[in-house]
Design a protein around this ligand. Structure first.
Ligand code: NDP
Length: 296
Protein backbone atom coordinates (compact mmCIF):
# COMPACT_ATOMS: atom_id res chain seq x y z
CA UNK A 1 0.00 0.00 0.00
CA UNK A 2 1.36 3.41 -0.95
CA UNK A 3 -1.69 5.60 -0.28
CA UNK A 4 -2.07 7.60 2.92
CA UNK A 5 -4.93 6.22 5.00
CA UNK A 6 -7.67 8.78 5.72
CA UNK A 7 -8.80 7.67 9.16
CA UNK A 8 -12.47 8.58 9.58
CA UNK A 9 -12.67 7.15 13.09
CA UNK A 10 -9.97 9.47 14.32
CA UNK A 11 -11.35 12.44 12.37
CA UNK A 12 -14.88 11.83 13.71
CA UNK A 13 -13.52 11.70 17.27
CA UNK A 14 -11.88 15.10 16.72
CA UNK A 15 -15.18 16.53 15.44
CA UNK A 16 -17.04 15.18 18.45
CA UNK A 17 -14.47 16.78 20.76
CA UNK A 18 -14.87 20.12 18.96
CA UNK A 19 -18.67 19.83 19.19
CA UNK A 20 -18.51 18.90 22.89
CA UNK A 21 -16.24 21.89 23.63
CA UNK A 22 -18.57 24.30 21.84
CA UNK A 23 -21.66 22.78 23.47
CA UNK A 24 -19.97 23.36 26.87
CA UNK A 25 -19.29 26.95 25.88
CA UNK A 26 -22.92 27.49 24.77
CA UNK A 27 -24.18 26.21 28.13
CA UNK A 28 -21.76 28.35 30.07
CA UNK A 29 -22.17 31.59 28.12
CA UNK A 30 -25.83 31.41 27.07
CA UNK A 31 -27.50 28.70 29.20
CA UNK A 32 -28.36 26.83 25.98
CA UNK A 33 -28.37 23.07 25.39
CA UNK A 34 -28.69 21.94 21.77
CA UNK A 35 -31.42 19.29 21.42
CA UNK A 36 -31.77 16.60 18.77
CA UNK A 37 -35.03 14.68 18.23
CA UNK A 38 -34.83 11.39 16.34
CA UNK A 39 -38.02 9.80 15.05
CA UNK A 40 -38.05 6.09 14.26
CA UNK A 41 -41.10 4.46 12.69
CA UNK A 42 -41.17 0.66 12.79
CA UNK A 43 -38.69 -1.97 13.90
CA UNK A 44 -36.14 -2.15 11.10
CA UNK A 45 -33.10 -3.68 12.92
CA UNK A 46 -30.46 -1.59 11.08
CA UNK A 47 -32.42 1.63 11.76
CA UNK A 48 -32.72 0.70 15.45
CA UNK A 49 -28.93 0.33 15.67
CA UNK A 50 -28.37 3.72 13.98
CA UNK A 51 -30.91 5.46 16.22
CA UNK A 52 -29.35 4.00 19.38
CA UNK A 53 -25.91 5.08 18.26
CA UNK A 54 -27.12 8.60 17.39
CA UNK A 55 -28.81 8.96 20.80
CA UNK A 56 -25.71 7.77 22.67
CA UNK A 57 -23.32 10.10 20.83
CA UNK A 58 -25.72 13.04 21.21
CA UNK A 59 -25.67 12.64 24.99
CA UNK A 60 -21.89 12.07 25.04
CA UNK A 61 -21.23 15.53 23.51
CA UNK A 62 -23.51 17.16 26.10
CA UNK A 63 -26.61 17.67 23.95
CA UNK A 64 -30.16 16.67 24.82
CA UNK A 65 -31.47 13.61 22.98
CA UNK A 66 -35.18 13.00 22.39
CA UNK A 67 -36.18 9.67 20.88
CA UNK A 68 -39.63 9.03 19.46
CA UNK A 69 -40.27 5.40 18.58
CA UNK A 70 -43.51 4.86 16.71
CA UNK A 71 -45.12 1.60 15.63
CA UNK A 72 -44.80 0.45 12.01
CA UNK A 73 -48.51 1.13 11.35
CA UNK A 74 -48.37 4.79 12.47
CA UNK A 75 -50.56 6.94 10.22
CA UNK A 76 -49.15 9.78 8.16
CA UNK A 77 -51.39 12.24 10.05
CA UNK A 78 -49.97 11.12 13.42
CA UNK A 79 -46.40 11.36 12.18
CA UNK A 80 -47.00 14.83 10.71
CA UNK A 81 -48.61 15.95 13.94
CA UNK A 82 -45.55 14.77 15.95
CA UNK A 83 -43.25 16.66 13.56
CA UNK A 84 -45.38 19.81 13.95
CA UNK A 85 -44.93 19.55 17.74
CA UNK A 86 -41.18 19.10 17.39
CA UNK A 87 -41.01 22.05 14.97
CA UNK A 88 -42.68 24.23 17.61
CA UNK A 89 -40.57 23.01 20.57
CA UNK A 90 -37.84 25.57 21.44
CA UNK A 91 -35.74 22.91 23.22
CA UNK A 92 -35.34 21.01 19.95
CA UNK A 93 -32.89 22.41 17.40
CA UNK A 94 -32.52 19.36 15.16
CA UNK A 95 -35.10 16.85 13.88
CA UNK A 96 -34.17 13.65 12.09
CA UNK A 97 -36.67 11.16 10.72
CA UNK A 98 -34.89 7.85 10.27
CA UNK A 99 -35.20 6.53 6.71
CA UNK A 100 -36.43 4.34 5.15
CA UNK A 101 -40.00 4.86 6.32
CA UNK A 102 -42.62 2.10 5.99
CA UNK A 103 -44.05 2.09 2.46
CA UNK A 104 -47.49 3.54 3.41
CA UNK A 105 -45.78 6.81 4.43
CA UNK A 106 -44.76 9.43 1.86
CA UNK A 107 -41.11 10.17 2.72
CA UNK A 108 -40.95 13.39 0.66
CA UNK A 109 -44.05 14.77 2.36
CA UNK A 110 -42.75 13.83 5.81
CA UNK A 111 -39.24 15.25 5.26
CA UNK A 112 -40.66 18.47 3.79
CA UNK A 113 -42.85 18.94 6.86
CA UNK A 114 -39.74 19.42 9.03
CA UNK A 115 -38.84 23.07 9.72
CA UNK A 116 -35.89 23.59 7.29
CA UNK A 117 -33.95 25.33 10.08
CA UNK A 118 -34.19 22.09 12.13
CA UNK A 119 -33.59 19.74 9.18
CA UNK A 120 -30.19 18.45 10.36
CA UNK A 121 -30.16 15.72 7.68
CA UNK A 122 -30.31 18.44 5.00
CA UNK A 123 -32.94 16.57 2.97
CA UNK A 124 -35.70 19.25 3.01
CA UNK A 125 -36.32 20.69 -0.43
CA UNK A 126 -35.41 24.19 0.85
CA UNK A 127 -32.01 23.01 2.02
CA UNK A 128 -31.46 21.17 -1.27
CA UNK A 129 -32.24 24.44 -3.10
CA UNK A 130 -30.03 26.53 -0.83
CA UNK A 131 -27.09 24.15 -1.32
CA UNK A 132 -27.68 24.07 -5.09
CA UNK A 133 -27.59 27.86 -5.28
CA UNK A 134 -24.52 28.20 -3.08
CA UNK A 135 -26.39 29.66 -0.10
CA UNK A 136 -26.13 28.78 3.58
CA UNK A 137 -27.92 25.45 4.00
CA UNK A 138 -28.14 22.46 6.27
CA UNK A 139 -25.79 20.11 4.44
CA UNK A 140 -26.45 16.33 4.32
CA UNK A 141 -24.19 14.63 6.87
CA UNK A 142 -22.36 12.02 4.77
CA UNK A 143 -21.24 14.40 1.99
CA UNK A 144 -20.38 17.02 4.64
CA UNK A 145 -18.13 14.45 6.34
CA UNK A 146 -16.46 13.62 3.01
CA UNK A 147 -15.83 17.30 2.32
CA UNK A 148 -14.33 17.86 5.78
CA UNK A 149 -11.89 14.99 5.19
CA UNK A 150 -11.00 16.28 1.71
CA UNK A 151 -10.39 19.82 2.97
CA UNK A 152 -8.28 18.49 5.80
CA UNK A 153 -6.14 16.46 3.39
CA UNK A 154 -5.82 18.92 0.50
CA UNK A 155 -6.40 22.38 1.89
CA UNK A 156 -7.72 24.00 -1.30
CA UNK A 157 -9.60 21.79 -3.77
CA UNK A 158 -9.85 24.53 -6.38
CA UNK A 159 -9.37 23.39 -9.97
CA UNK A 160 -9.15 19.67 -9.17
CA UNK A 161 -11.00 17.14 -11.34
CA UNK A 162 -13.63 15.43 -9.16
CA UNK A 163 -15.66 12.41 -10.21
CA UNK A 164 -18.62 11.34 -8.08
CA UNK A 165 -19.95 7.87 -8.92
CA UNK A 166 -23.61 7.75 -7.82
CA UNK A 167 -26.37 10.35 -8.13
CA UNK A 168 -28.61 9.72 -5.13
CA UNK A 169 -30.26 12.65 -3.36
CA UNK A 170 -28.59 11.78 -0.06
CA UNK A 171 -24.98 11.27 -1.19
CA UNK A 172 -24.07 11.66 -4.88
CA UNK A 173 -25.89 14.89 -5.79
CA UNK A 174 -25.09 16.90 -2.62
CA UNK A 175 -21.48 15.66 -2.77
CA UNK A 176 -21.19 16.98 -6.32
CA UNK A 177 -22.72 20.33 -5.26
CA UNK A 178 -20.23 20.67 -2.42
CA UNK A 179 -17.27 19.90 -4.71
CA UNK A 180 -18.57 22.43 -7.23
CA UNK A 181 -18.75 24.92 -4.36
CA UNK A 182 -15.05 24.23 -3.75
CA UNK A 183 -14.36 25.07 -7.44
CA UNK A 184 -13.61 21.51 -8.54
CA UNK A 185 -14.45 20.47 -12.09
CA UNK A 186 -17.15 17.94 -11.30
CA UNK A 187 -18.42 14.91 -13.21
CA UNK A 188 -21.34 12.88 -11.86
CA UNK A 189 -21.32 9.28 -13.09
CA UNK A 190 -24.12 6.73 -12.71
CA UNK A 191 -25.39 3.40 -14.00
CA UNK A 192 -25.82 4.73 -17.56
CA UNK A 193 -22.38 6.35 -17.79
CA UNK A 194 -20.41 5.14 -20.82
CA UNK A 195 -16.88 3.92 -20.14
CA UNK A 196 -16.95 4.49 -16.39
CA UNK A 197 -13.34 3.29 -16.08
CA UNK A 198 -12.10 6.12 -18.32
CA UNK A 199 -14.22 8.70 -16.47
CA UNK A 200 -12.82 7.52 -13.10
CA UNK A 201 -9.23 7.66 -14.40
CA UNK A 202 -9.61 11.43 -14.93
CA UNK A 203 -10.31 12.04 -11.25
CA UNK A 204 -7.95 13.80 -8.86
CA UNK A 205 -10.75 13.19 -6.36
CA UNK A 206 -12.81 10.04 -6.82
CA UNK A 207 -15.91 9.62 -4.65
CA UNK A 208 -17.66 6.24 -4.87
CA UNK A 209 -21.27 6.15 -3.62
CA UNK A 210 -22.80 3.23 -5.48
CA UNK A 211 -23.58 0.35 -3.14
CA UNK A 212 -21.80 -2.36 -5.18
CA UNK A 213 -19.06 -4.27 -3.41
CA UNK A 214 -15.54 -3.50 -4.66
CA UNK A 215 -16.73 -2.52 -8.16
CA UNK A 216 -13.99 0.09 -8.67
CA UNK A 217 -10.61 -1.61 -9.15
CA UNK A 218 -7.18 -0.01 -8.74
CA UNK A 219 -6.65 0.38 -12.48
CA UNK A 220 -9.60 2.84 -12.63
CA UNK A 221 -7.72 5.10 -10.17
CA UNK A 222 -5.38 7.85 -11.39
CA UNK A 223 -1.97 7.55 -9.71
CA UNK A 224 -1.88 9.86 -6.69
CA UNK A 225 -5.66 10.48 -6.66
CA UNK A 226 -7.65 10.84 -3.44
CA UNK A 227 -10.28 8.13 -3.13
CA UNK A 228 -13.33 8.57 -0.88
CA UNK A 229 -15.24 5.32 -0.55
CA UNK A 230 -18.77 5.93 0.76
CA UNK A 231 -20.06 2.42 -0.02
CA UNK A 232 -20.99 0.05 2.78
CA UNK A 233 -21.54 -3.48 1.49
CA UNK A 234 -21.72 -6.72 3.45
CA UNK A 235 -20.12 -9.71 1.71
CA UNK A 236 -19.65 -13.34 2.70
CA UNK A 237 -16.28 -14.19 4.27
CA UNK A 238 -16.26 -17.91 4.99
CA UNK A 239 -19.01 -18.57 7.51
CA UNK A 240 -19.16 -14.91 8.53
CA UNK A 241 -19.64 -11.64 6.69
CA UNK A 242 -17.48 -8.55 6.43
CA UNK A 243 -17.94 -4.97 5.31
CA UNK A 244 -16.33 -3.67 2.13
CA UNK A 245 -16.66 -0.47 0.16
CA UNK A 246 -17.44 0.25 -3.48
CA UNK A 247 -13.70 0.42 -4.17
CA UNK A 248 -11.37 -2.58 -4.26
CA UNK A 249 -9.22 -1.36 -1.38
CA UNK A 250 -5.94 -3.25 -1.86
CA UNK A 251 -5.53 -2.52 -5.58
CA UNK A 252 -6.71 1.11 -5.24
CA UNK A 253 -4.45 1.78 -2.23
CA UNK A 254 -1.47 0.69 -4.32
CA UNK A 255 -1.96 3.61 -6.76
CA UNK A 256 -3.96 6.29 -4.91
CA UNK A 257 -2.34 9.13 -3.00
CA UNK A 258 -4.87 8.82 -0.18
CA UNK A 259 -7.86 6.59 0.50
CA UNK A 260 -10.61 6.06 3.08
CA UNK A 261 -10.95 2.50 4.39
CA UNK A 262 -14.24 0.62 4.89
CA UNK A 263 -15.05 0.29 7.72
CA UNK A 264 -13.48 3.25 9.56
CA UNK A 265 -13.53 5.83 6.76
CA UNK A 266 -16.60 7.85 5.81
CA UNK A 267 -18.98 5.81 8.02
CA UNK A 268 -18.05 7.31 11.43
CA UNK A 269 -18.13 10.84 9.96
CA UNK A 270 -21.88 10.73 9.32
CA UNK A 271 -23.03 10.82 12.95
CA UNK A 272 -20.23 13.26 13.87
CA UNK A 273 -21.59 15.62 11.19
CA UNK A 274 -25.15 15.13 12.46
CA UNK A 275 -23.97 16.43 15.84
CA UNK A 276 -22.14 19.30 14.14
CA UNK A 277 -25.32 20.20 12.21
CA UNK A 278 -27.39 20.16 15.41
CA UNK A 279 -24.93 22.55 17.05
CA UNK A 280 -25.03 24.76 13.95
CA UNK A 281 -28.84 24.75 13.98
CA UNK A 282 -28.86 25.78 17.66
CA UNK A 283 -26.42 28.65 17.02
CA UNK A 284 -28.42 29.86 14.02
CA UNK A 285 -31.72 29.65 15.95
CA UNK A 286 -30.29 31.96 18.62
CA UNK A 287 -28.48 34.35 16.27
CA UNK A 288 -25.07 33.26 17.56
CA UNK A 289 -21.91 32.89 15.43
CA UNK A 290 -21.67 29.58 13.56
CA UNK A 291 -19.40 26.97 15.18
CA UNK A 292 -15.90 27.13 13.71
CA UNK A 293 -14.71 24.38 11.36
CA UNK A 294 -18.00 22.47 11.52
CA UNK A 295 -19.97 24.01 8.67
CA UNK A 296 -19.36 24.86 5.01
P1 NDP B 1 -28.48 4.61 -4.06
O1 NDP B 1 -28.79 3.19 -4.32
O2 NDP B 1 -29.54 5.57 -3.73
O3 NDP B 1 -27.68 5.18 -5.31
C1 NDP B 1 -26.68 4.43 -5.95
C2 NDP B 1 -26.16 5.18 -7.14
O4 NDP B 1 -25.17 4.35 -7.77
C3 NDP B 1 -27.23 5.47 -8.20
O5 NDP B 1 -27.10 6.80 -8.66
C4 NDP B 1 -26.90 4.48 -9.32
O6 NDP B 1 -27.13 4.97 -10.63
C5 NDP B 1 -25.41 4.29 -9.16
N1 NDP B 1 -25.00 3.00 -9.70
C6 NDP B 1 -25.54 1.78 -9.46
N2 NDP B 1 -24.89 0.84 -10.16
C7 NDP B 1 -23.92 1.46 -10.85
C8 NDP B 1 -22.93 1.04 -11.77
N3 NDP B 1 -22.78 -0.24 -12.11
N4 NDP B 1 -22.11 1.95 -12.30
C9 NDP B 1 -22.23 3.27 -11.97
N5 NDP B 1 -23.15 3.74 -11.09
C10 NDP B 1 -23.99 2.85 -10.55
O7 NDP B 1 -27.36 4.57 -2.91
P2 NDP B 1 -26.91 5.68 -1.83
O8 NDP B 1 -26.37 6.87 -2.52
O9 NDP B 1 -27.94 5.83 -0.80
O10 NDP B 1 -25.69 4.89 -1.13
C11 NDP B 1 -24.56 4.50 -1.85
C12 NDP B 1 -23.66 3.68 -0.94
O11 NDP B 1 -23.24 4.50 0.13
C13 NDP B 1 -24.34 2.47 -0.31
O12 NDP B 1 -23.38 1.44 -0.19
C14 NDP B 1 -24.73 2.96 1.07
O13 NDP B 1 -24.79 1.92 2.01
C15 NDP B 1 -23.57 3.88 1.37
N6 NDP B 1 -23.91 4.94 2.33
C16 NDP B 1 -23.05 5.14 3.37
C17 NDP B 1 -23.28 6.11 4.28
C18 NDP B 1 -22.31 6.32 5.38
O14 NDP B 1 -21.16 6.05 5.25
N7 NDP B 1 -22.70 6.79 6.50
C19 NDP B 1 -24.50 6.94 4.24
C20 NDP B 1 -25.29 6.73 3.05
C21 NDP B 1 -25.00 5.74 2.14
P3 NDP B 1 -28.61 5.26 -11.21
O15 NDP B 1 -29.04 6.53 -10.56
O16 NDP B 1 -28.37 5.39 -12.67
O17 NDP B 1 -29.45 4.08 -10.83
Amino acid sequence: MTAALMDGKLFAAKIRTKVADQVGQLKQDHGLTPGLAVVLVGEDPASQVYVRSKGKQTVEVGMASFEHKLSADTSEADLLSLIAKLNADPEIHGILVQLPLPSHLNSDLVINSIDPAKDVDGFHISNVGLLGTGQKAMVPCTPLGCLMMLRDHHGSLSGLEAVVVGRSNIVGKPMAQLLLGESCTVTIAHSRTRDLAEVCRRADILVAAVGRAEMIPGDWVKPGATVIDVGINRIAAGEKTRLVGDVHFESAAAVAGAITPVPGGVGPMTIACLLANTLTACCRAHGLPEPEGLTV
